[in-house]
Design a protein around this ligand. Structure first.
Ligand code: ASP
Length: 456
């Protein structure tokens, strides 16, 4: 049995949903179909999830939002018409939305979650209806009824371990099961969504739950590329990579996969395959537990921007017991998480996503660091990018860091920070944001310049 998840662009229009149906008809071991909400049909389009966020926010601020509600209904209407479905499905969707907008608004996080989740939920109903109209035995499955239980943290759900036993029972059901991605239910029965892009997480949980032989993740590219194709011309395709490599690259800016999605599949050693809905014949990228790394110690180069560093200097910092803990405590008190913390003898930098640090928080944090830690200097610098070189083969290959720093120096990119995790599966360079594209291109040239288009 396989689980096949289809992302937003794969279910954005009637034409795309027809492709999904043929993919399922072609291989009946695709037992569970996990669907996103309709995504963008072209670069100017708006995702249904974003339309729903606008609808929810307008309701919260103004108490009515007829125009926003109709914008959502219209998207489904055009899909249903294109698929020649009977009009009652649109009635069902419109009634469902009307019911949701009138829910209790006293807890905005919960209110927004049930609004956002309707994108996937209604799409799953619509797609199940379409499959049935084609004579397939297909059933919509609600995550509550199936037992997908999650923690009660709006917009940031985590699966609860008991879910897996409930979900295993889906194996016994007949027909194709169409399951909405992106949300589950708390033990108290409240709907809670995963973070954005979280339908990937649902797919992975279901694959683990039914012990699938394969988790297929259908998107709109033939494979995962080893660098961003908007930055590097014709980057190599990755044919095989490990879970850890994918996780690191997703964390650092690869948008193919949600970075938390692999863990449930990984724990059960279920292989994951990234495939293209528009070209399902292409073999795609296999994500597995291990690979031979002799030929390509490095598998990919990612870049993510929007970081800042909190730089702190204090003479004899290295001898002061508890300095690091106190510094991190001040940051924690502002509700901020940190990404890296490279340190010297008398100085340390804490690297954060800068969106978490507004001016007010920054001033409060700096004042506390100055007063409570009695430092010689403290300041925040913004607009950094983190460039990450990823590859399982790096830890037993000599010279990767040296090749990387030479390539960056030849390109005139100033390195502000280097961090190599103890796993040695990645090497991170902090640089100024404006140099990010140039840095990626120079590293690509160094590590993949002579390869023939695909990485085994
Ligand atoms: N529709 C949700 C989003 O846009 C979840 C997903 O597509 O994975 O974030």
């Amino acid at each position: 049995m396989k689980v096949a998840k289809f992302g937003g662009s794969s279910v954005a229009s009637a034409e795309q949903i027809r492709k999904v149906a043929s993919i399922i008809e072609e291989d009946r071991s695709r037992k569970i179909v996990v669907v996103s909400a309709p995504g963008k049909r072209n670069s100017e389009d708006t995702k249904v999830t974003d339309l729903l966020i606008a609808l929810g926010e307008t309701m919260l601020s103004q108490g009515h939002a007829e125009k926003e509600l109709q914008a959502v209904v219209k998207r489904y209407e055009s899909i249903a018409k294109g698929l020649e479905l009977a009009p009652d499905i649109i009635e069902t969707i419109e009634n469902d939305l009307k019911e949701r907008v009138s829910f209790d608004r006293s807890h905005p996080g919960k209110y927004m979650d049930q609004m956002k989740a309707s994108g996937e939920d209604n799409n799953a109903k619509l797609i199940a209806a379409y499959f049935a109209s084609k004579g397939m035995e297909a059933h919509y499955v609600n995550p509550k009824e199936a037992g997908l239980l999650v923690s009660d943290e709006p917009g940031n759900a985590q699966v609860l371990p008991e879910s897996y036993d409930y979900l295993a029972k889906l194996r016994e059901r007949s027909g194709v099961l169409v399951f909405p991605g992106f949300f589950g239910y708390s033990k108290e029965g409240t709907l809670v969504t995963f973070p954005r892009g979280g339908s990937d997480i649902t797919g992975s949980i279901l694959a683990a739950g039914i012990d699938a032989e394969l988790y297929e993740n259908f998107t709109d590219v033939d494979s995962v590329f080893c660098a961003n194709p908007n930055v590097v011309e014709n980057p190599c395709e990755i044919k095989k990579m490990t879970y850890r490599e994918m996780r690191e690259l997703s964390y650092a800016g690869f948008s193919v996969f949600h970075d938390e999605a692999l863990i449930p599949a990984f724990r059960k050693s279920i292989p994951v395959c990234v495939k293209n809905t528009n070209n399902p014949q292409a073999s795609g990228t296999m994500i597995i537990a291990e690979r031979e790394c002799f030929v390509n110690p490095v598998i990919g180069i990612a870049a993510d921007s929007g970081f800042c560093t909190v730089f702190v200097r204090k003479y004899l910092m290295n001898r002061e017991i508890g300095f690091g803990r106190k510094l991190l405590q001040i940051i924690e008190d502002e509700g901020i998480s940190y990404e890296h913390m490279p340190s010297g003898i008398d100085d340390t930098s804490v690297i954060l996503h800068q969106a978490q640090l507004d001016d007010e928080k920054e001033q409060r944090m700096i004042a506390r660091i100055q007063e409570e830690l009695d430092v010689d200097d403290v300041y925040v610098e913004r607009d950094f990018a983190m460039i990450m070189i990823v590859g399982e083969g790096m830890h037993n290959t000599v010279g990767i860091a040296s090749r990387a720093t030479s390539a960056l120096s030849k390109a005139g990119v100033n390195i502000e920070m280097i961090n190599q995790g103890s796993s040695e599966v990645s090497l991170v360079f902090g640089i100024h944001q404006q140099d990010a594209d140039e840095a990626v291109r120079s590293l690509y040239e160094e590590f993949f310049g002579s390869s023939n288009g695909s990485l085994e």
